[in-house]
Design a protein around this ligand. Structure first.
Ligand SMILES: [Zn+2]
Length: 100
């Protein structure tokens, strides 16, 4: 991934309105907890919202594989990464309860 100049993650305890997860496209329902990501990529501010299972999966990937930053999936690239990585689909199933 392209490393952002600025990167910030905030955990929101309860969503006020529905959001879509930037990784698995699942709907984050009002009242659900989610992760808000803001970053500056090559001079452009981007905002993403991520569901908790995807956040857990990111943590699993980081501990499971010793990937360099360039190979690490950027926002929105998690599903694709899991399809290609060895054992990635298993990790996806483990955190998301089945592959869609
Ligand atoms: Zn998700």
């Amino acid at each position: 991934m392209i490393m952002p100049e600025i990167y910030k993650e905030t955990t929101v305890e309860a969503a006020k309105s529905p959001h879509q997860c930037c990784e698995c496209q699942a709907t984050i329902q009002p009242g659900d907890s989610y992760i808000r990501i803001s970053g500056l990529w090559e001079g452009t501010w981007c905002n993403f919202k991520m569901c908790v299972p995807c956040r857990v999966l990111h943590t699993e990937i980081r501990s499971e594989y010793d990937y360099y930053a360039e190979e690490y999936p950027g926002p929105g690239g998690l599903r694709e990464f899991c399809k290609n990585a060895e054992g990635g689909n298993e990790l996806w199933e483990k955190t998301h309860g089945g592959v869609s």
